[in-house]
Design a protein around this ligand. Structure first.
Ligand code: FBP
Length: 365
């Protein structure tokens, strides 16, 4: 693999081909999915950039499967992704944050051997106030027989992802992805409409600077979570405080911490005993990127990537970022989470592992 620097003029297409060459048996289908995702990124960036001018700001009158009011751009972004992928012959099924059920490949189009899960526009409640938003994606190989994709193909543990990434629509548009060969960042040059390699082999600084958490939920956190946040803030005298930075847009908060060093936390609380963020198309893909960049991700009971999913839109507590900060979570073992009427939560089931898999040395709860 050619060793590129941030100053090499390398398009994402050329980089994808060079990575593909490392796999003699590669058929080019996964490369094709990454090309199409880069195209999707350019199309959505175009919509987001002109949102204020094109009467596509604001909400629709619909709510999505999460019970959230759908923003007009959520629907537009979702359509762009589905239309970019439903006829290419590389996917056998998709799943989106904006759609309740599995998205099948329309009759008449040849199904492929991969599945795609995505959040078309993460942080969309921030669009109207011009705060960065993002698209998040996760790719798995089909595991069921037959040509069409099934729920089983979508409900695979994150450790089986063959590719994952996000596109950030911020001061510049960036695409960051991994296929298990490191995490790499590309910046869109609008003057030529090309994603150019700008951040090869991203390494998340071990020495964290930032804490990203919405502490408006503090009163709903169990005591160990409060103690953990006091530690991050240097309030228990054990360490220097991390600087708090919270945009309220997962991709933007994660991206800052990926480049600058830090930890993003969305703990479980009595109102959301399973946390808020979705395992399959928010936590899993960012956890894969974080691990490929030398970081980590857990749900407070074990590694996110070892969770065996049971539902398409299942939620998970999330601690994500610099390895040492994520591993600190294990020193504050979370209690079983019981909320009125909510099923006891002792940590999600993990692929092939006992009830709780240590992030590094997490004591079993
Ligand atoms: P969606 O917009 O995709 O539903 O994302 C959820 C999200 O907006 C994340 O981007 C963000 O990290 C989190 O919710 C913010 O939640 P809260 O407002 O509770 O802090």
């Amino acid at each position: 693999m050619v060793k590129h620097t941030a100053t090499s003029v390398v398009t994402i297409e050329r980089f994808i081909i060079e990575q593909e060459r490392m796999f003699p048996d590669a058929t080019g289908e996964l490369s094709g999915i990454l090309y199409d995702m880069a195209l999707v990124g350019k199309m959505i960036a175009n919509k987001v950039r002109s949102a204020g001018l094109a009467d596509i700001l604001g909400a629709t009158s619909d709510t999505n499967v999460q019970g959230e009011v759908q923003q007009k751009l959520d629907v537009i972004a979702n359509e762009i992704v589905v239309k970019a992928f439903d006829h290419g012959g590389r996917l056998c099924a998709m799943a989106s944050e904006e759609e309740e059920d599995i998205i099948h490949i329309p009759e008449g189009f040849r199904p492929g051997k991969y599945v795609l899960l995505f959040d078309p526009l993460d942080g969309s409640s921030n669009i109207d106030v011009n705060v960065p938003v993002g698209t998040i994606f996760s790719v798995f190989r089909k595991i069921t027989r037959g040509s069409h994709g099934e729920m089983e193909d979508l409900l695979q543990p994150g450790r089986r992802q063959v590719a994952a990434g996000y596109i950030l629509y911020g001061s510049s548009t960036m695409m960051v992805y991994t296929t298990g060969q490191g995490a790499h960042g590309f910046t869109l040059d609008p003057s030529i409409g090309e994603f150019l390699l700008s951040h090869p082999n991203i390494r998340i600084p071990a020495n964290a600077r930032y804490l990203s958490v919405n502490d408006a939920y503090e009163q709903d956190w169990p005591e160990p979570t409060r103690a953990l946040m006091r530690r991050y803030r240097g309030l228990d005298g054990e360490r220097k405080a991390l600087n708090v930075r919270y945009v309220g847009s997962l991709v933007a908060d994660f991206h800052r911490n990926l480049l600058g060093g830090g930890v993003f936390c969305y703990p479980a609380n009595t109102k959301s005993p399973n946390g808020k963020l979705r395992l399959l198309y928010e936590a899993n893909p960012l956890a894969f990127i974080a691990e490929q960049a030398g970081g980590a991700a857990c749900d407070g009971y074990g590694s996110i990537l070892d969770v065996q999913p049971t539902e398409l839109h299942q939620r998970t507590p999330l601690y994500l970022g610099s390895k040492d900060e994520v591993e600190l979570v294990s020193q504050f073992p979370l209690p079983k989470f019981v909320a009125p009427g909510i099923q006891e939560r002792r940590g999600a089931s993990r692929a092939g592992a006992p009830a709780s898999t240590p992030v590094s040395a997490a004591p079993a709860v």
